[in-house]
Design a protein around this ligand. Structure first.
Ligand code: ADP
Ligand code: MG
Length: 142
C-alpha cells in the first residue's frame, strides 16, 4: 500500500472557479499537497494520459473535454491515499456519487465530473511522473 496519489481538477471545475473549494475539501480530508500546477494539456498529452480508454466510444470526446481549458494536477500524500481519495471524489457519474463527495458537489455529468483520482498505486506513480518532475515536487523520494 502506497501513500501517494494524483488528483486532476478537470476543465469544468476550473471554469466554475472552484479550485480553492476543491483543494480545501482535499486538505480537510487529511491529504497533504506535495505538488500543484495549472496547465493546459495538448491533445497529445491528454491522449497519452487516457490511452487506456482509447478503444472506448467516448475517447475522442474525452480528449476534447480534457483539452477544453486548463487543469490542475495535484500530487497528494496520505495513508491509504489511492483508496481514500477515490472515496472522497465519489462515483464516475456525479448523479450516482455519494452526498458530500467532490463529484457530487461539483461534477456536471459523467464526462465533466470535476476531478480525476488515480485508480492504483502503479498508476499513481505513472501519473506523478506524467505531471511532475523531481524539481517541482516535495518529498518525491519519501
Ligand atoms: P474514473 O475517472 O472514475 O476512473 P473511468 O476511468 O471509467 O472513470 O473514465 C475516465 C474518465 O472518462 C471519467 O472520469 C470521465 O471524465 C470520462 N468518462 C467515463 N465514462 C464516460 C462515458 N460513459 N461517457 C463520457 N465520458 C466518460
Ligand atoms: Mg479510471
Amino acid at each position: 500500500m502506497s501513500n501517494k496519489t494524483i488528483a486532476i481538477i478537470k476543465p469544468d471545475a476550473v471554469a466554475k472557479n472552484v479550485i480553492g473549494e476543491i483543494v480545501a475539501k482535499i486538505t480537510q480530508a487529511g491529504f497533504k499537497v506535495n505538488g500543484l500546477r495549472l496547465i493546459r494539456l495538448t491533445r497529445a498529452q491528454a491522449g497519452a494520459f487516457y490511452e487506456i480508454h482509447k478503444e472506448r466510444p467516448f475517447y475522442g470526446e474525452l480528449i476534447d473535454y480534457m483539452t477544453s481549458g486548463p487543469v490542475v494536477p495535484i500530487a497528494l500524500e496520505k495513508e491509504n491515499a489511492v483508496e481514500d481519495f477515490r472515496k472522497l471524489i465519489g462515483a464516475t457519474n456525479p448523479a450516482e456519487a455519494e452526498e458530500g463527495t467532490i463529484r457530487k458537489l461539483y461534477g456536471a455529468g459523467i464526462e465533466a465530473n470535476a476531478i480525476h483520482g488515480s485508480d492504483s498505486d502503479e498508476n499513481a506513480a505513472i501519473e506523478t511522473n506524467f505531471f511532475f518532475s523531481r524539481s517541482d515536487i516535495v518529498n518525491i523520494n519519501q
